[in-house]
Design a protein around this ligand. Structure first.
Ligand code: OAD
Length: 420
């Protein structure tokens, strides 16, 4: 599934001592490694329960038969959307942010920022999990847009987010109040231009000291072309289930195949960030509805093997036949009480954290909308699109990590109790 063009380089390395994790970490700890860039794809969110696109059996494109599309990518094609918006709206309901927890890999990117390594995290994902993990908004470039804003595809008038959210939940198609055109979240479709922020940030890659490419098949351009923009002297590290693009063809390319959460865990261990990784990832727990956790969606692939084994095991366990016997009810009640206690503590902690962050200006909420411009660079799966043609954009958006709503959580906890 990766780009077939890749020819593995078999000579010796030039910058790194070797093509392995200790060599990457040794380089990161040296004075040479100051600016780290990250490119993310759908593979970083599969552990959160969001399918990727192109994995043969589990990917979204392999599971869209129910939408009766002429071909899977049509769901993200602007011309098809004009004729038939229903498939996209159906999918949007499933993908809508807020129901998912960041993974260890998202948290690892946050640690890169915390340790002043991260220059920019380019992401193709529309799930906003980088922000939820605490990666600063000004370090994220959502190259394929997000659900943060929405506009009419004809007159480009903005549409209210609450209205859009309610419509998506109900499965209704939203039309523009002004011209009755179709309204679409600002996700970049095939045939549309990438956001201006993408264009503005891309040149920074020329100064990269290290590039991590994680969880992407590198099939979609112009995003995939970014890997060619870093200097030859910049080690490129691919962390993916399979080879992708031409990573592996340069002397200092490192290909680490496997589940990204497991690979970043090893990297974190080598960097001495192991405990920090767990601690930061734990903070994201508060953002996940309890019922999502009960369905076994923990947000991490390998946490079971880690220090949180017990806690996660509790979350994976469905309530044991509550009501079958008094003992079972009492046991379950005690468990929920403990969970409620834990959540209460976490709410308090997270509110403190949010306050700290907003006071220091770390995460801000700015929504900027620019009128669309004509463009020569649109998203496509055409392999080999030139990096030089990365031009032209339509919208820019920056949103903040949502602050947990204590009232909502309280209500949620009450509901949990009632279920008993
Ligand atoms: P793809 O589905 O094309 O690729 C995901 C990659 O992640 C594959 O190579 C998987 O093998 C790998 N993968 C899956 N789970 C993994 C895991 N746990 N650990 C490591 N690797 C894993 O997704 P993208 O490359 O992100 O556009 O796709 C790019 C664009 O194509 C998307 O942004 C989307 C789509 O059309 C829009 O939504 C507009």
């Amino acid at each position: 599934m990766g780009n077939e063009a890749s020819t593995p380089y078999e000579g010796s390395t030039e910058v790194l001592e070797g093509r392995d994790i200790p060599s990457i970490v040794k380089y990161m700890k040296s004075k040479k490694c100051k600016k780290v860039f990250v490119m993310l794809g759908a593979g970083v969110s599969t552990a959160a329960g969001i399918p990727d696109f192109r994995s043969p059996e589990t990917g979204l494109y392999a599971n869209l038969a129910r939408l009766n599309l002429p071909y899977p990518e049509a769901v993200f094609e602007i011309n098809y959307f004009r004729q038939n918006p229903l498939p996209f709206y159906t999918l949007a309901r499933e993908l809508y942010p807020g129901r998912f927890r960041p993974t260890l890999t998202h948290t690892f990117v946050k640690l890169l920022a915390d340790h002043s390594y991260l220059d920019t995290c380019f992401t193709q994902n529309i799930d906003t999990l980088e922000r939820q993990a605490g990666v600063p908004g000004d370090k994220i470039v959502e190259a394929h847009g997000s659900f943060a804003d929405q506009h009419c595809i004809e007159c480009h008038a903005s549409c209210d987010s609450a209205k859009m959210k309610a419509a998506i939940e109900k499965g209704d198609i939203v039309r523009c109040e002004q011209c009755k055109g179709l309204v679409k979240p600002d996700i970049v479709f095939f045939g549309e231009s990438l956001p201006p922020l993408f264009q503005r940030t891309v040149p920074r890659l020329r100064e990269a000291d290290l590039l991590f490419v994680i969880g992407t098949s590198l099939k979609v351009h112009p995003f995939a072309s970014l890997t060619d923009l870093v200097p030859e002297s910049c080690p490129r590290v691919l962390i993916n289930m399979e080879p992708a693009g031409n990573i592996g063809s340069r002397p200092d390319d490192v290909v680490l195949l496997g589940r990204c959460d497991e690979v970043v865990r090893k990297l974190a261990r080598e960097l001495g960030w192991d405990n920090e990784l767990d601690r930061e990832w734990r903070k994201t727990e508060i953002l996940v509805p309890l019922d999502t956790l009960r369905k076994g969606n923990t947000g991490s692939e390998e946490i079971v093997a880690e220090s949180e084994k017990e806690a996660v095991a509790a979350k994976h366990t469905e309530p044991e036949a509550a009501g079958d016997s008094e003992a079972a009810v009492a046991k379950e009640e005690a468990r929920v009480e403990a969970e409620v206690e834990k959540l209460t503590e976490q709410i308090a902690k997270t509110l403190d954290i949010s306050r700290d962050v907003s006071e220091s200006g770390g995460r801000s909420e700015t929504v900027e909308t620019k009128p669309p411009e004509t463009s020569s660079s649109v998203m496509s799966t055409v392999t080999g699109a030139s990096a030089a043609s990365l031009r032209g954009q339509s919208h820019e958006r920056v949103t903040s990590t949502p602050t947990p709503d204590p009232e909502g959580l309280k209500e949620q906890k009450e509901k949990e109790k009632e279920k008993l």
